[in-house]
Design a binder for this molecule. Structure first.
Ligand SMILES: Nc1ncnc2c1ncn2[C@@H]1O[C@H](COP(=O)(O)OP(=O)(O)O)[C@@H](O)[C@H]1O
Ligand SMILES: [Mg+2]
Length: 255
């Protein structure tokens, strides 16, 4: 077959890769738990009160990769893999690199001057490649969860301000952000009515598009803000790719 015969056109419906980040308690894990047949790879405690299937708490990078390998090779009908959270995975990756160089802090690894952060990047790639394999071979969607931090953002006009971003080192953060199809910032909607401010819990929302206050992106034509509900994400995924069977109903099991 000639190369030109292999050209594909049109949009491809493939399982989504979402990075969801936000402050503690906003509802990130709950959001992921309501996705299609999720299985959690947990690196932090915090799922005790959430109804979901989860692998035992992973305490090392190897345990995380072993979990991915098991989901790749073993029989199951999970359709979404959730990694909760990347913050703790990052610590484990740093521990590995520090162990390799026999240093206490990553800043001192690989000759120092922060080179350890670049040195750690291939480990992130191995992790993301493993998730891609689950997606390609097992048809699983991926949800990565991270906490939020404020970072300095330099605008082209040379002013700088703080904005929210995933709480990861900038190199790992950039790699993961580029890999993800969607970056969703989970936060609370503003309650503008003063009479309601004190009495009502603000709505939990996700910001889906980049703004001056936060990092976000989507490839699904979503409105800038949506309720923090899986059904909302799934709706737009379905609109963009009608055959993406990412709702828990009526979908065939892959694998
Ligand atoms: N959409 C929601 N509406 C109301 N309560 C929620 C919602 N999402 C989560 N919660 C509650 O908020 C708490 C924290 O949720 P969780 O998903 O563990 O947050 P996170 O993972 O962001 O720390 C839990 O008690 C959960 O039941
Ligand atoms: Mg959580």
């Amino acid at each position: 077959m000639g190369l030109l015969e292999t050209i594909q056109s049109g949009r491809q419906a493939r399982p989504r890769r979402a990075l969801v980040y936000g402050v503690q308690g906003v509802g990130k894990s709950s959001f992921a738990a309501s996705s299609a047949k999720p299985i959690f790879i947990q690196t932090e405690d915090g799922l005790a009160n959430i109804e979901c299937d989860r692998l035992p708490l992973a305490k090392s990078t190897k345990e995380v990769l072993d979990a991915i390998t098991a989901l790749y090779g073993e029989e199951h009908d999970y359709r979404t893999v959730v990694v909760d959270s990347l913050d703790w995975l990052e610590r484990m990756i740093w521990d590995d690199v520090c162990g390799e160089f026999g240093v206490k802090y990553l800043e001192k690894a690989d000759g120092g001057y922060g080179k350890g952060y670049s040195y750690a990047l291939p480990r992130w790639r191995t992790f993301l490649d493993g998730l891609d394999a689950l997606r390609e071979q097992r048809g699983m969607a991926v949800i990565l969860i991270a906490h939020a931090r404020a970072e300095k953002f330099q605008t082209p006009e040379c002013t700088a301000h703080d904005r929210f971003a995933p709480r990861l080192h900038k190199l790992a953060s950039a790699l993961t952000q580029e890999w993800a199809d969607e970056i969703l910032f989970a936060t609370y909607g503003a309650v503008s009515d003063p009479a309601r401010v004190k009495t009502e819990t603000p709505e939990r929302v996700m910001r889906t598009s980049e703004g001056p206050t936060h990092v976000a992106k989507n490839r699904l034509g979503m409105p800038a803000e949506l309720p923090l509900e899986w059904a909302a994400y799934d709706y737009y995924a379905q609109q963009a790719h009608p055959t993406t069977s990412s709702s828990s109903k009526g979908a065939e099991a892959h694998g």
